[in-house]
Design a protein around this ligand. Sequence first.
Ligand SMILES: [Fe+2]
Length: 208
Amino acid sequence: MPNFADRTRRAVLSLIAGAGAAALTPFRSAAQVATPRQTEGPYYPTERMRFADQDNDLVKVARKVAEAGGEIFYLKGRVFDRSGKPAPGARVEIWQVDNKGRYLHTGDYGGAARDPHFQGFGFAIADDEGRYWFRTIKPVVYPGRTPHIHVKAFHGDQELTTQFYIDGHPLNERDGLWRRLSKAERDAVAMRFKSGAEGEEAVVDIRL
Ligand SMILES: [Fe+2]
């Protein structure tokens, strides 16, 4: 029969363990809303339209020496499932226009020639802690839209399609899709550029 001191010690230890677990568990505050769902748009490239190279470096297409034009940055973050837990193995896809405003899509023709060095589409698989990252370019203005990056995330039977926006971009206020988001939802899909270990980066978590 454990005495009182033992029981107290055990209670304290389990409290400490509990505190440790709480620190590791992603904390979902009111500000951390689920990532808002947004339309896929007409330019999600089919498998046939994509490069053989579909990795998470959109600035470099395999076997090509030159890199894409544009302002390079790292888009990174963590994927969380619907219960708020990290989602290791989640697949995150992004697609966006190149520096000339062209999509990697046969339906987007006319205007400037596409940048052959920009991959246009890529995917990342989240690591053990749910982290994903891409090397890509800052999105540019597309006719009728504020700059944005299209995003899809898949984890088990959970799936999400959304768009990320440049925080504070003057055209956001005039963009119909951005305007329909609440303040918290805008925060959830805002890319805030800052200098990171590898260069400029923006951290955007995805909450399925
Ligand atoms: Fe788009």
